[in-house]
Design a protein around this ligand. Structure first.
Ligand code: UT7
Length: 377
């Protein structure tokens, strides 16, 4: 039997705090006009106090599971793509696994810049098709505001925070993730980077004084790379699926710059309305940008069962990735309130179970469990 990895759930989360171009005019030497015309961005969302990549991933994941109609315990695999994890370790995915109560899922993070979500989708789809797993949750989530230099106008105007997620499930019907394409060119690693905080330059007074814990980007060079790469990978992933550009129902590109997207559309000669953009509201959310756009498009009824959706991203690394997906399901109507309430109750229960596990671990460390086990015998 051929196994197809279908996208059966989707969801996104954008923090409520909005930073407009007018706000940025008061922070750095820029203008609303420059930002709009050079990037297409009007506003972006910023994580509030207490919000992190884990908390935003969790929100998006819960919504995606809701759409999929799956329980967290039915998940076999969780992949979270991020360049802004809560910690270097443990992985963001493990903390999300615990908070969801996805007790049977393997979990790991991956770092592939703005292409990360496509990397995660491709890995998950291949593992499902190969028979390793039945279900997977793939999340792209970023808290870029915490690594943005708010005094650097070249980058401060670009980035935002948020999370998007999809749930994949194996099915026998032909469709789902039809083809993927991944690539990298590390010779461009210096074009977009976070210089310090890793093993090469651990945090020190010097790295802080030199502002090395913030994003550094050679924008013009990344722009040139992106304008060439985006149409190239879109075309190639469609061909790999044995289809042509005329079959594409919706292109969901990485939301970095409207000019990059417009150039790709021109090169590919796609009809108007074939591209989904939301970067005017969120800016560039790195690996969250494609899953947020994909979820929004599905919720807005822009994607229908049978549609061919192509996602294509590029970013730090340099990396690139694309996926051609035959859409399987319509966006479901919201379940009745009582069911929503019951489903929401899963998460406090997951927190209670996690707390119990910690307690048992603590008791074990005190030797109490050994004592109790001895008593039983
Ligand atoms: O998601 C990962 C991938 N990242 C990207 O795809 C980003 C790709 N790059 C870009 O989107 C664009 O290169 C930027 C939006 C970052 C910059 O646009 P640009 O048209 O390439 O501008 P530029 O860097 O060539 O700068 C043009 C001018 C410069 O002034 P001079 O040297 O001509 O006097 C900059 O100093 O614009 C100036 N500038 C600004 N002016 C007002 C740069 N940033 C700003 C700003 N406000 N925020």
């Amino acid at each position: 039997m051929t196994r197809y990895a279908h996208v059966v759930g989707w969801g996104s989360y954008a923090p409520p705090q909005v930073l407009t171009n007018a706000d940025l005019e008061r922070m750095v030497d820029t203008s609303d006009e420059w930002i709009r015309t050079r990037t297409g961005i009007c506003e972006r969302r910023l994580a509030g106090e207490g919000e992190t990549t884990v908390s935003m991933s969790l929100q998006a994941a819960r919504r995606a599971l809701e759409v999929a109609g799956l329980r967290p315990a039915q998940l076999d695999l969780i992949i979270i793509s991020t360049v802004t994890p809560d910690h270097a370790f443990p992985a963001t995915a493990c903390l999300v696994q615990d908070a969801l109560g996805a007790s049977h899922a393997a979990a790991f993070d991956l770092s592939a810049g703005c292409s990360g979500f496509i990397y995660g989708l491709s890995i998950a789809a291949h593992l499902l098709s190969a028979g390793a797993y039945q279900t997977a949750l793939v999340v792209g989530a970023e808290t870029l505001s915490r690594i943005t230099d708010w005094s650097d106008r070249a980058t401060a105007v670009l980035f935002g925070d948020g999370a998007g997620a999809v749930v994949l499930e194996v099915g026998e019907n032909e469709g789902g993730v039809l083809s993927t394409l991944l690539g990298a060119d590390g010779s461009g690693g210096d074009l977009l980077r976070l210089p310090a905080g890793g093993s090469k330059a651990p945090p020190s007074h010097r790295t802080v004084a030199e502002r090395q814990h913030f994003i550094q980007m050679k924008g013009r060079e990344v722009f040139r790379f992106a304008v060439k790469k985006l149409p190239e990978i879109t075309r190639e992933v469609v061909e790999r699926a044995g289809l042509s550009l005329g079959d594409v129902s919706l292109l969901i590109p990485h939301q970095a710059n409207q000019r990059i997207i417009d150039a790709a559309v021109r090169t590919l000669d796609l009809p108007p309305g074939t591209v989904y953009t939301n970067l005017e509201r969120y800016g560039n959310t790195s690996s969250a940008s494609i899953p947020i756009a994909l979820s929004e498009a599905a919720e807005a009824g822009r994607i229908h069962p049978g549609d061919l959706v192509v996602c294509a991203g590029f970013g730090a690394g340099l990396t690139w990735g694309a996926a051609a997906i035959r859409w399987s399901r319509p966006h479901p109507a919201p379940p009745p309130r009582w069911l929503q309430f019951l489903r929401r109750m899963r998460y406090p229960l997951a927190a209670a179970r996690s707390a119990l596990r910690r307690l048992l671990r603590w008791l074990t460390s005190l030797g109490v469990r050994d004592y109790l086990d001895g008593e039983k015998r």
